[in-house]
Ligand binder design. Structure first.
Ligand code: ADX
Length: 205
């Protein structure tokens, strides 16, 4: 049975290849396990449909972010957890989306350029450095770091599960999601073992 819960938007910002999608999918899986309704809006996918045809000028990026933000707002007000994952390099539009949505948590997925260039999973940094791709965020286009993100993770030094745990703890602390069994004083297994013992001793029936 699904739990009734209030919606909110969890927004991942950070450079290309920093790990936004991996963390978004990891958090998505945990929230689903906890019975929540979740939808992920990923920049790479949104650019193939809702934002198809948009480029990477400031204007186009802002349009992309506004569209993602608009869908997040609809989901949030209908009790869904909307998880957005997009570079979203401009502070002003991130703040616009935050205020428009209301229940909004910003996760800054930090990673040094050195590590990103070394990883270069999509080969885009090499192309950006050689000038083959222009206006590439972090190389030839700006990225405005968030000033007050609710959570900052650094994927150059943390494992994905460490970063995911950090995000989940924050959401629990803000009482946006139910606390997981792994945080309970007793695990479910321990609890039933204790119950068994108490029953054997006749303290409970
Ligand atoms: S955003 O700036 O509008 O938020 P978004 O997250 O949707 O960007 O898309 C970024 C993805 O587009 C990157 O992960 C990368 O795969 C691809 N991309 C292609 N060209 C660029 C570019 N010039 N700058 C950044 N990302 C680019």
């Amino acid at each position: 049975m699904r739990m009734e819960h209030a919606g909110f938007t969890l927004w991942f910002t950070g450079l290309s290849g920093a790990g936004k999608t991996t963390l978004a999918r990891g958090v998505e899986a945990i929230l689903r396990e906890r019975g929540m309704k979740v939808e992920v809006l990923d920049g790479d996918i949104i650019r193939q449909n809702l934002s198809k045809g948009l480029g990477f000028s400031k204007e186009d990026r802002d349009t992309n972010i506004k569209r993602i933000g608009f869908v997040c707002k609809l989901l949030t007000r209908n009790g869904v957890v909307a998880i957005a994952s997009a570079i979203s390099p401009y502070r002003e539009i991130r703040e616009y989306v935050r205020h428009d949505i209301g229940s909004f948590i910003l996760v800054y997925v930090k990673c040094s350029l050195e590590v990103l260039i070394q990883r270069d999973a999509k080969g885009l940094y090499q192309k950006a450095l050689s000038g083959e791709i222009r206006n590439f965020t972090g190389i030839s286009d700006p990225y405005e770091q968030p000033l007050h993100p609710e959570v900052t993770v650094d994927t150059a030094v943390e494992s994905p599960s460490q970063s995911i745990a950090k995000i989940i703890s924050k959401l629990e602390a803000l009482q946006l999601i139910p606390v997981g069994q792994e945080h309970a004083v007793y695990s479910a297994k321990e609890e039933s073992e204790v119950e068994e013992r108490l029953r054997a001793l006749g303290y409970i029936s």
